[in-house]
Design a protein around this ligand. Structure first.
Ligand SMILES: NC(=O)c1ccc[n+]([C@@H]2O[C@H](COP(=O)([O-])OP(=O)(O)OC[C@H]3O[C@@H](n4cnc5c(N)ncnc54)[C@H](O)[C@@H]3O)[C@@H](O)[C@H]2O)c1
Length: 433
């Protein structure tokens, strides 16, 4: 492919060099004449292991050249990749002026081309940006000539070429077939799966990946600080933690849904926070966890309160399916809040109901939740009778069936993701989807 790359910084220079090595013909564009001159001389504009050799080879073979003339580059290429900076403004908002400057250049030229031209945004941008790019271009060019995709970059400085060659996946955020095909062709030599998603999802994935990495660093640092206060080497602790690939470093507990609860997570996190406090170790990230968890319950309450419904059916009272354990269950908190707001509540939870019959958790309910006894019903139908709103706090096949059969007039709040797509023809709501 003939590809023009706008912005020859860390991302653009590495992408140019790797694309050329993989057989593409690259025209680099930058507003900096110095960077353009360096590239044309086969020199790297940045310090990056192995980059200068690749760039020099690309220039020698005639597969890389650079220019400050964007018009010439667009006319001579099949696709443009935008990798200009997107720095934060003083308020922390992403400054998109460089992206729009490039789009202005592209918009002024692509109508002169007879062949379709793909525009691939590689810079990191907030959700909704590709749509803004589309609207911006639609002001100046025919809709049919707009072929946009968002393709986030995951390289790390210092290991950029290796990261380019071995990404976890290549994301194509687009709904445009021509742009998708162009991105697939660009990375044809990279041995990684393609993931095609709606543009805002892809845009958010890039932000979330970096936020997750920052969270991991900070989490490990806070654990290290607590460990040291107990004369424990924090590295020894985390070495063992990361060896558990079933629960710790895994996909478990990584889906949005309802709040955590139960007899262990809240208690043990609380105990570790107490240790940190007792040792005067500041751990703001860990301290925020219980607060954020309680907020998840409160957001569910607000979601119920937003509707005029007064009679609520709750599906799931324990903190997860298959247990009658009500200790620290977020659903218990939810019901308490709703009762406090004057709602009429009925609760269906098979395990809790059965355990109550045989008396295993009867004492707990009698002691801690005496007012819940009268609210528990035996069958889903009894919970739904006269209900105006059904709230599902966890997922079971039985609950899925109930949800699928709920009449249209009963509003649904799915806190646990029982279905992966909003239910068509039902008054279906979630708080993270
Ligand atoms: N640096 C990284 O490790 C990394 C990794 C992944 C994603 N990203 C993202 O990639 C984007 C680029 O980052 P970077 O570190 O390569 O930036 P950079 O600042 O190193 O390079 C940006 C380049 O764009 C040029 N430029 C500005 N306006 C231009 C225009 N109108 N036409 C042509 N060139 C123009 C600048 O002169 C500069 O050379 C950012 O959105 C960044 O968040 C960076």
């Amino acid at each position: 492919m003939k590809i023009s790359i706008f912005g020859l910084g860390y991302v653009g220079a590495v992408t140019a060099a790797c694309f050329a090595r993989d057989g593409h013909e690259i025209i680099g564009v930058d507003v900096s004449p110095e960077k353009v001159a360096l590239i044309n001389a086969g020199k790297s504009p940045i310090v990056e292991h192995g980059l200068e050799e690749l760039l020099a080879e690309g220039v020698r073979s005639g597969r890389i050249r650079a220019t400050t003339n964007s018009e010439e580059a667009i006319l001579a290429s099949d696709a443009s990749l935008i990798s200009v900076g997107t720095p934060p403004t003083e308020r922390g908002e992403t400054d998109l002026q460089y992206v729009f400057n490039v789009l202005k250049d592209i918009g002024a030229v692509i109508s002169q081309k007879s062949a379709p031209h793909a525009i691939v945004l590689r810079s990191t941008v907030p959700p909704g940006t590709l749509q803004r790019c589309h609207d911006f271009l639609a002001e100046v060019v025919n809709l049919k000539s707009i072929h946009l995709a968002f393709n986030p970059e995951f390289l790390r400085e210092g290991t950029a070429i290796r990261d380019y060659d071995q990404p976890p996946y290549t994301i194509i955020g687009t709904e445009d077939d021509f742009a998708e095909k162009a991105v697939r062709e660009m990375y044809a030599k990279v041995a990684a799966p393609f993931i095609v998603s709606p543009p805002p999802v892809a845009e958010m994935v890039k932000f979330v990946a970096n936020t997750w990495h920052a969270t991991k660093v900070t989490f490990a640092n806070e654990i290290g600080r607590i460990a040291k206060s107990f004369q424990i080497d924090g590295r020894d602790v985390m070495d063992i933690i990361v060896q558990d690939t079933k629960l710790n470093i895994s996909t478990t507990y990584m889906r949005p849904g309802f709040a955590y609860g139960g007899s262990c997570l809240p208690k043990d996190l609380g105990a570790l926070l107490y240790c940190a406090k007792a040792m005067d170790v500041p751990v703001p990230l860990l301290n925020a966890i219980p607060r954020s968890n309680t907020l998840q319950v409160e957001i569910a309450v607000q979601e119920v309160m937003r509707s005029p419904a007064r009679r609520i059916a709750i599906f799931g009272l324990a903190f997860k399916p298959g247990t009658d354990d009500l200790r620290e269950s977020p659903a218990v908190l939810l019901v308490k809040r709703l009762i406090g707001e004057g709602y009429e509540v009925k609760i269906y939870d098979k395990a809790v109901h059965e355990a109550r019959l045989v008396g295993t958790n009867l004492a707990y309910i009698e002691r801690n939740l005496p007012h819940f006894e009268a609210l528990l019903v035996e069958e889903p139908e009894a919970a739904l009778k006269d209900a105006e709103f059904a709230v599902f706090t966890y997922s079971t096949p039985e609950f899925c069936q109930v949800m699928l059969n709920i009449p249209q007039n009963i509003r649904i709040l799915d806190l646990a993701g029982l279905v992966s797509e909003p239910l068509v023809g039902k008054d279906y709501h979630g708080i993270a989807w």
